[in-house]
Design a protein around this ligand. Structure first.
Ligand code: TXA
Ligand code: MG
Length: 353
């Protein structure tokens, strides 16, 4: 086991000496967990194959799942990508720095291990001050998946990173909870029209306003198990975002959802199971059994995004056997939340009527 250094850092005005220390670790080929506006990332020098390989080992990540490369200036994009279509420019202009990842044809200088063997590369410029300062100070693009063990919910607080990766990485920069709470939107620009491979912090509606035409990969909607042998985003085929408990997702109209969840919860409790209910502010008081937690208001989907992964982990700490979750509207950030819920449910979805 490694000695992991945990450093509290100011998220608005990162202390230079802490950034310098972390940047030196990156330059030396080590691993640094750092906050972004979406979730915490586990970073290594994207151009150093040995360093990137350590990420896969620390996370137990399958080697065919490529890693997003984080940059602090646009010039790096032209070095890392072979081709940048004209709408890439427009998207960077509008959404960077921010929670949008662009998939482009990779240039030869990107190590294969960073792209999981693909000929494309996923790039984003995060907006978190600590992330930007770290990339700039390290003077290299930083490859960083979410800083959780493979298959676990993404970390939205340094405590989550500690739970999963303490003793496996060099440094954790702790700037408190992340703002958005779900990962970035992954948009494939090698397709025409561009295609959303993973819904996330930048919404479909925002992208559509800028691009006019976009599509969503069927696996991103995750309505049911789709055949994804030829998955363009290998992340699609790996089980993900999953708490240890079994997850059941109940969709439909709110009253029907509530009745169905009450019925299910009582059944499972009768069978001796410990049940968690993932509710919303509007329904919270309707449940009289189980451990009930709220994602926030159904009218504020940003709060659902912010709370989701934390609540998954809290249910695990309570050792519930089953989490029964309410479906929420799929607009705005709701699309990203529903994608995570559906995948956590392993497509175990009930339509309440
Ligand atoms: O918000 C985020 O995106 C966070 C923070 C740390 O930036 N990162 C993150 O990384 O969520 P990760 O590795 O957990 O998810 C990256 C996703 C995976 O589904 C992966 O398959 C996909 O992006 N991806 C990476 N490179 C790709 C590529 N070249 N083509 C298609 N998909 C790619
Ligand atoms: Mg991840």
């Amino acid at each position: 086991m490694k000695k992991t250094i945990i450093l509290k850092i100011n998220g608005e005005k990162p202390e230079l000496e802490k950034i310098s220390l972390a940047a030196e670790v990156i330059r030396q080929g080590g691993l640094v967990a750092f906050p972004t506006e979406t979730v915490y990332g586990l970073g290594a020098d994207a151009l150093n194959p040995k360093a990137v390989r350590k990420i896969y080992t620390a996370k137990n990540r399958p080697l065919d799942n490529p890693i997003i490369v984080h940059v602090a200036n646009k010039d790096d994009v032209y070095r890392l990508a072979e081709k940048t279509p004209k709408f890439a420019e427009k998207l960077m202009e509008h959404f960077w720095p921010g929670p949008l990842t662009l998939v482009l044809k990779a240039s030869k200088r990107v190590p294969r291990v960073t792209t999981g063997g693909l000929d494309t590369i996923a790039i984003r410029m995060p907006s978190h001050k600590v992330a930007l300062a770290l990339i700039k100070e390290a003077e290299t693009p930083i490859a960083a998946p979410s800083a959780n063990l493979a298959g676990r919910p993404s970390p939205t607080m340094a405590e989550h990173v500690i739970q999963d990766l303490y003793g496996r990485i060099d440094i954790i920069l702790d700037a408190g909870p992340t703002k958005i709470g779900v990962e970035s939107t992954v948009l494939d620009l090698t397709q025409d029209p561009p295609q959303i491979l993973r819904p996330g912090g930048t919404t479909y509606e925002e992208l559509k306003r800028i691009l006019g035409k976009i599509s969503i990969h069927p696996a991103a909607l995750a309505r049911r198990e789709v055949q994804i042998e030829h998955a363009r985003s290998p992340g699609m085929k790996h089980k993900h975002y999953a708490p240890k408990a079994k997850v059941i997702l109940v969709e439909g109209e709110l009253n029907a959802i509530i009745n169905e969840i009450k019925k299910l919860a009582k059944q499972y409790i009768r069978d001796g199971k410990k049940v968690g209910i993932l509710a919303t502010d509007e329904s919270l008081s309707m449940y009289d059994v189980g451990i009930v937690r709220s994602l926030g208001s159904r009218y504020n989907l940003a709060s659902a995004a912010k709370n989701l992964f934390k609540l998954f982990r809290e249910f695990d700490e309570e050792r519930v056997d089953i989490i029964i979750a309410e479906g929420i509207p799929q607009k705005g950030l709701g699309l990203a939340v529903m994608n995570r819920l559906r995948r956590a449910a392993g497509y175990n979805i009930i339509r309440a009527r």
